[in-house]
Design a protein around this ligand. Structure first.
Ligand SMILES: Cc1cc2nc3c(=O)[nH]c(=O)nc-3n(C[C@H](O)[C@H](O)[C@H](O)COP(=O)(O)OP(=O)(O)OC[C@H]3O[C@@H](n4cnc5c(N)ncnc54)[C@H](O)[C@@H]3O)c2cc1C
Length: 280
């Protein structure tokens, strides 16, 4: 645990407080990653800046064109949000696969993204949802497609002290699915995960967006398979061909959780099942 933990009451107070703190500082949201790292001796900050109650990060807001999910909203609150259930079906499908109910009462999407893990379930689903991420640092703000935030395992495009403020999901009527293969049915880091968002026109795919977790250095957007599916009827042949194509796009590794070849094959199996669930 660092010696200093500060808890600003607003964003304005946060920007005023930061310059006076030691340089080795990090944000603390739900604490489920950072406290775990600290317990394992892998966290050496002098100071944590507790952002868990910042009102500016804690709401889900709807405009005519998009849904904005504050970075500090707890995963369990997203699960219970009617607008999120309506506009983010892939994200909602991912939530039962996300840790346990008690963890979901603490964990945030902001922490899930900032941690930069290729296995992050919330992030993988949001990439499939075509989400944008809003960032702020003092007076400066910027917005990126979420898929562009990730540079490598545990590496993001976040600059020093830059804060994730919200995720923006465009409001489009679409189907969503999320399937995760882990060490057991629930509660575990994935060997592979697939998130699918599909806009349909009758039985034809109008727009497809496919993201995968744990099978590339970053939460991976499957550009080729997503583009290939657009304009095609969702027939059994098309589903099988998409499953074969996605296996050529991913770049899994062998590690303590699984083997590269198995992971690659499971990407095809999970995508096939996810697409079939949409057909039904
Ligand atoms: C037992 C266990 C099981 C888990 N299971 C899963 C799982 O199934 N799926 C999954 O995806 N994850 C899982 N996790 C990982 C973790 O719960 C998630 O990554 C969670 O979303 C992290 O959010 P947090 O609010 O707790 O982040 P914190 O631990 O508070 O922060 C994580 C990192 O993000 C930074 N940060 C936090 N918020 C912001 C922000 N708004 N802007 C900039 N930087 C920020 C912090 O400085 C820190 O570096 C699990 C963790 C544990 C301990």
């Amino acid at each position: 645990m660092p010696e200093i933990i500060v808890k600003p009451a607003s964003l304005k107070e946060l920007w005023k407080t930061l310059p006076a703190l030691g340089k080795a500082r990090r944000y603390l949201a739900g604490g489920t990653d950072i406290v775990t790292a600290d317990n394992a001796g892998a966290e050496s900050s002098e100071c944590w800046v507790d952002i868990s109650d910042l009102p500016e990060l804690g709401a889900i807001k709807e405009t005519a064109r998009a849904l904005f999910i504050g970075s500090g909203v707890k995963i369990s609150a997203i699960e219970n949000s009617a607008p999120a259930r309506r506009w983010c079906p892939a994200l909602i499908a991912a939530i039962p696969h996300f840790a346990s109910p008690s963890l979901r009462n603490m964990a945030t999407l902001g922490g899930n993204a900032a941690n930069g893990s290729p296995c992050a379930d919330g992030v993988c689903a949001l990439v499939a949802e075509g989400a944008f991420v809003h960032l702020a640092h003092n007076g400066k703000k910027r917005c990126l497609p979420l898929k562009d935030l990730f540079l490598g395992p545990k590496r993001t495009a976040l600059e020093k002290d830059e804060l994730i403020t919200a995720f923006e999901v465009p409001k489009t009527k679409h189907f969503g699915a999320y399937l995760k293969l882990g060490p057991r049915a629930y509660f575990g880091i994935s060997k592979a995960a697939v998130a699918v968002s599909l806009e349909m026109s009758g039985k034809t795919v109008k727009r497809a967006s496919i993201a995968l977790g744990s099978v590339a250095p970053v939460p991976f957007y499957a550009v080729k398979t997503s583009a290939w599916l657009a304009g095609k009827p969702l027939s059994s042949e098309v589903v099988l061909a998409a499953a074969a194509l996605v296996m050529t796009e991913v770049s899994p590794i062998t590690d303590s959780r699984s083997e590269a070849d198995y992971r690659r094959e499971m990407c095809g199996v999970l995508l096939e099942r996810a697409l079939k669930s949409v057909c039904r």
